[in-house]
Design a protein around this ligand. Structure first.
Ligand code: SAH
Length: 218
């Protein structure tokens, strides 16, 4: 009798479908966001030893004290940013494994992602190449300064928690654009910032838990 080794290839389709059902139960309504999540194989973005846990709804370690975000929070943030409009030119701060950038790239043609830890960025590049995603433009830089050469952005999504909203990111937000970022050190919450003709409008949303937004490069 031949033994079937249940590799990720065997199980990934079923477990991925289950992950989408769970996100729906947790309240994600935007079908395009669910489809984008379903299209990205998360196991490619986590360390091999953790691949079997890639479709659980949990944050997983990436090394360098960083984590790949929980699928629910990725879906929730993108759903909030999309509400009633297209993402347009999008900037992600904190590319980590490249997972969230890959999900964003399912929804918009122009994705820029910044990471301050060089080895993580190198791995993100490999991960994106492995899934044939060549549209994401990655940069090794301090995301607090944004990406002036590509600004303004219709969407800015920050994957690490700041103490206050980085000024450069406000400046690089297009008119009609939206930025979503985790804010706070102990207690954290998501802050939505919309840039309107009359000024910036801030809305405090869900409680969250993110790694800190740090200065400088590694
Ligand atoms: N979005 C990632 C997970 C991000 S974890 C994914 O899908 O895998 C947060 C990331 O933000 C970490 O990789 C961390 O190194 C990065 N980070 C923290 N401060 C930063 C800064 N100032 N500029 C760019 N990246 C930063």
């Amino acid at each position: 009798m031949s033994r079937v080794v249940s590799g990720i290839g065997m199980t990934s389709q079923r477990t991925r479908t289950r992950m989408i059902d769970r996100l729906r139960e947790e309240g994600i309504l935007d079908e395009q966001v669910l489809a984008a999540i379903a299209a990205v194989p998360r196991h490619v973005f986590v360390e091999e030893a953790l691949a079997s846990r890639a479709y659980e709804d949990s944050a997983l370690p990436l090394g360098y004290s960083q984590t790949i975000s929980q699928p629910y929070i990725v879906a929730r943030m993108i759903e909030l940013l999309r509400e009633g409009r297209k993402l347009g030119k999008t900037l992600e701060i904190g590319a980590g494994s490249g997972y969230q950038a890959a999900v964003l790239a399912q929804l918009t043609d122009e994705v820029y992602a910044i990471e301050r830890i060089e080895p993580l960025l190198a791995r993100a590049k490999l991960n994106l190449r492995a899934i044939q995603q060549f549209r994401v433009r990655l940069k090794h830089a301090d995301g607090q300064l944004g990406l002036p050469e590509a600004a303004p952005f219709d969407t800015i999504i920050v994957a690490a928690a700041a103490n206050r909203v980085p000024h450069a990111l406000l400046q690089q937000l297009a008119l009609g654009g939206r930025m979503l970022l985790p804010l706070g050190t102990g207690e954290q919450f998501l802050l939505m910032v919309e840039r309107r003709a009359e000024g910036y409008v801030e809305t405090r949303l869900d409680s969250v838990r993110f790694v800190p937004l740090l200065s400088g490069l590694e």
